[in-house]
Design a binder for this molecule. Sequence first.
Ligand code: HEC
Length: 198
Amino acid sequence: MLALGLALLAPAPALAQATPDTATLEEGMRLYQGLNSCELCHLFNGSGFQHNMLFGPVPAGGPSLVKSTMTRDEMIEMVSCGKLTAGSIMPKYRGDAWTRERPCWGKLAADIPADEMPLHGERLLSGRQIEAVVDYVRAAYQGTGMGRAWCMRYFPTSPKACDTLIEGAAAPAAPAATPGTVVRPGAPAPFQLPAVPK
Ligand code: HEC
């Protein structure tokens, strides 16, 4: 009886994490947009983009969150603390990151070169907000790519945008185009090129 009582008192984080509710995911989506600037580097559909800036060796943009193999905890660490790779530009979103209160990647600020300290994001986030944005990334992008339903929530005032945006961009498992078939985004239907005479 006593053992049961203790078990009930014990926190059950795994259970709490298993299925984030819709309100949390919606909050995470709003945090991903706009001032928190995730979408600037990872794009609205999480597909990411990276290109080399003309004036420096650091690539702009961020990697694909669709293809990310990180666990939830690793993503929380990344968003809280910022980049793992030297020279990269992923910001840190916790005000107390890299301090004794919130060590990062097992380290404190003093353990890394000062010029490798990640910059702060546009707007700092609380621990709970970071969990919400990570849960959104995992639900809407990771593994599957952004589906039409999430796209239409993302662009509620212009859901038509999703007609063209979602095709091609993040479609998870589009069948490979058969040779000779030309597919243009937004085109009504693929058309067949005449077969090359043998
Ligand atoms: C200025 C550009 C920039 C912004 C803004 C940005 N990121 Fe990133 N992000 C990156 C880069 C670059 C990396 C790669 C970091 C590394 O490998 O060290 C990255 C990595 C990540 C990863 C790990 C992906 C993986 O599997 O390697 C996650 C998750 C992530 N970002 C989420 C977010 C979220 C959520 C936000 C907003 C709260 C955000 N990012 C804002 C550029 C950015």
